[in-house]
Design a protein around this ligand. Structure first.
Ligand SMILES: Nc1ncnc2c1ncn2[C@@H]1O[C@H](COP(=O)(O)OP(=O)(O)OP(=O)(O)O)[C@@H](O)[C@H]1O
Ligand SMILES: [Mg+2]
Length: 421
């Protein structure tokens, strides 16, 4: 009988679920997906997959739903359920990354502390709460970056140059709701200088293989909202080997065994420094970019690693791919100035619903400052491929930054430092 892969928890993106399910099937495996009845009822379910509706996302509920059938592998493809998937793995006595490690990876303070003990980060960091933040800010050298120990999308993240910037940060939190769900736990970090990239990789039995590096484009200080990325990174030739070596050290220090990896990194002065790490592939169309730029089907690679223990060959890029997100400040109507891309021939796909509304305005006490209404995917080849794709991404980023300042989230002027794009 073919091996089964139990995917615990639906990912944010329906497309990614489809890609993952198709990858398991293409490799001759049996895909099984577990999530709550409500979550499973809200999606278009890819065919050829067994669905296990559970009353709640807990180890006992998932085990009960499996009944007498023991899965061969248990994974999560979203950070929301990596710890749960690891606990289910442990309950079935299956090999893989431990729940303790997954819990450390989902907590930016614990990750940073483990890396510090292993000599793999030079970043100063403190853990605090929303309530105690002013006292901590009074005792550290500014500027710093303050962010939730666990969240995503740069929501609740802010560069703090002067103590009063903390007021602007607090506007992004509903203090009571955040405290109730533990989202008021914050990390205060020194500002990491450099150019930011991400690395997509797989790890098999503790050995890292990089699939691609990506240049990240964000709105810079103070909010760092991510507006697009370009793959392969323009830093690839110079930095691939140092990034691989650093990521291998990070994976070994954290005791990650077999998983997808998305590492956000700063490159500066000959050194690689971690911003954050996930044991799943990057969101924001990164999986699609791997296919467009490298011809890599990321989930095929990951599940081949799981099912056969094989590491992929390092791919060579066949072109440059990029994505940029249309969006706006939360609460303001969507207004976009121009779709007249500087390199229109590099536009591969556009999707946009100008009338869409954000589904939520806050999550567990963190107010969302911006939202995405659509995206543009780019591809170009040839010697100037990178420049053309990057020009289109920068075009979207620059418009994002010029969106009506009156509608912008609390953004009190202060002296900004740093070298971020
Ligand atoms: N210590 C730091 N120094 C400099 N910039 C930072 C620092 N921490 C975070 N940033 C910037 O803020 C961005 C968001 O931070 P981070 O990636 O930790 O949060 P996130 O909300 O988890 O984002 P994601 O959606 O990528 O998961 C980073 O990509 C980086 O540009
Ligand atoms: Mg991040």
């Amino acid at each position: 009988m073919s091996a089964s892969i139990l995917i615990v928890g639906l990912p944010w993106s329906q497309d990614e679920l489809t890609l993952a399910v198709e990858a398991v099937r293409a490799l001759g495996g049996r895909p099984v997906v577990a999530d709550t009845e409500r979550a499973l009822g809200a999606i278009r379910r890819p065919e050829g997959c067994t669905y296990l509706p559970v009353a709640e996302l807990s180890v006992s509920a998932v085990l009960a739903a499996c009944g007498d059938t023991r899965p061969d592998h248990v994974v999560s493809i979203t950070e929301l359920t990596t710890v749960l998937a690891a606990r289910v793995r442990e309950a079935f006595a299956l090999p893989g990354t431990s729940a303790e490690t997954e819990a450390a990876v989902t907590d930016k303070f614990r990750t940073r502390s483990l890396l510090r003990a292993a000599g793999l980060t030079a970043v100063d960091c403190r853990e605090t709460s929303l309530r105690d933040l002013p006292a901590v800010l009074a005792s550290v050298d500014l500027p710093v970056v303050v962010k939730p120990v666990a969240f995503t999308g740069s929501h609740g993240v802010r560069h703090i140059a002067v103590p009063s910037d903390a007021d602007a940060l607090r506007d992004f939190y509903d203090a009571d709701a955040a405290a109730e769900s533990g989202r008021d736990r914050l990390i205060v970090e020194s500002v990491i200088p450099g150019d930011e990239i991400s690395a997509e990789a797989v790890c098999v039995n503790g050995e890292v293989r990089i699939l691609g590096l990506t240049d990240k484009f964000n709105t810079g200080v103070p909010h760092y909202y991510e507006v697009g990325h370009v793959m392969p990174s323009g830093h690839t030739a110079r930095w691939l080997d140092p990034v691989r070596a650093y990521l291998q050290d990070v994976v070994s220090a954290l005791k990650i065994r077999t998983s997808a990896l998305h590492a956000e990194l700063m490159l500066h002065d000959g050194r690689v420094e971690l911003v954050e790490l996930h044991t799943r592939f990057g969101g924001g169309s990164i999986v699609q970019l791997l296919a467009e730029a490298y011809g890599v089907r990321a989930y095929d690679v990951y599940f081949t690693a799981l099912l056969r223990g094989e590491l992929p060959d390092v791919p060579r890029a066949t072109g440059t791919a990029g994505v940029a997100f249309f969006g706006g400040w939360a609460g303001a109507p969507f207004r976009w100035h121009s779709y007249d891309f500087p390199c229109a021939d590099a536009v591969l796909a556009l999707s946009l619903d100008a009338r869409a509304q954000p589904k939520v305005r806050q999550h567990e006490g963190i107010r969302l400052g911006y939202w995405r209404t659509g995206r543009a995917v780019f591809r170009a080849s040839g010697a100037d491929g990178y420049a053309r794709v990057a020009a289109n991404v920068a075009f979207v980023r620059d418009q994002f930054q010029r969106l009506d300042p009156a509608a912008r989230p609390q953004d009190r002027p202060s002296h900004h430092e740093g070298t971020h794009r």
